[in-house]
Design a protein around this ligand. Structure first.
Ligand SMILES: *[C@@H]1O[C@H](CO)[C@@H](O)[C@H](O)[C@H]1NC(C)=O
Ligand SMILES: *[C@@H]1O[C@H](CO)[C@@H](O)[C@H](O)[C@H]1NC(C)=O
Length: 178
């Protein structure tokens, strides 16, 4: 708790979170859990950042208004302690999430989270299994073909040797007589 909490002397806003780095799978839900202390009723705003893109998710006031942008309105849950729930995660949701707490005096403080969204694993596993089986079959066929080729080659060589031997013998016998 003491590691994450931070007191800003100028604004006297303090934000705390039990976990700032989260990993979820596609279609999972996530709660960016925070709590804060400040004077008065603050304004809470959440922003999403990924690469160069920065998008406002929404803003609300504890016990007051809630304004979530259209893109997120069906998936976002706003909590009075500043936390935000995001449901039905997509791969594109991976990135940085920043909550900005602004006091009525105008002073504000940011607090960041990292969300990693993984693809659902079992589809990958199935694909890998099928690929592995296909490769194993191919390897088996190749080994069988090589074994057959090797056998055929040895047979041909043996035949050749058997055919050449009497020929050479006759050649050597014929040469002196010519
Ligand atoms: C904030 O409130 C939500 C909903 O009541 C709760 O699940 C969460 O644990 C709270 N977060 C903190 C850090 O207290
Ligand atoms: C809600 O947010 C949108 C976009 O951030 C803004 O244009 C609009 O004025 C806000 N509405 C209220 C009632 O705050």
């Amino acid at each position: 708790m003491h590691v994450c909490s931070c007191v800003c002397l100028a604004g006297a806003i303090s934000i705390y979170s039990p976990q700032r780095s989260l990993i979820r799978s596609v279609q999972d839900d996530v709660i960016f859990s925070v709590n804060f202390t400040c004077s008065g009723i603050p304004n809470i705003q959440w922003t999403f950042m990924s690469g160069l893109v920065s998008r406002t998710i929404g803003a609300w006031q504890p016990g007051g208004y809630t304004n979530i942008t259209e893109d997120y309105s069906s998936r976002v849950q706003a909590y009075d302690n500043g936390s935000m729930g995001l449901s039905d995660l997509r791969l594109q949701d991976g990135g940085f999430y920043v909550v900005t707490i602004t006091e009525s005096t105008g002073s504000s403080k940011d607090f960041g989270f990292v969300l990693k969204v993984n693809e659902v694993l079992y589809e990958d596993l199935q694909y890998l299994t099928v690929s592995f089986l296909a490769l194993a079959c191919l390897a088996g066929l190749l080994m069988l073909a090589m074994w057959l080729l090797d056998k055929a080659y040895k047979k041909i060589m043996a035949c050749k040797r058997r055919r050449e031997m009497p020929g050479k013998a006759t050649c050597k016998q014929q040469n002196p007589s010519q």
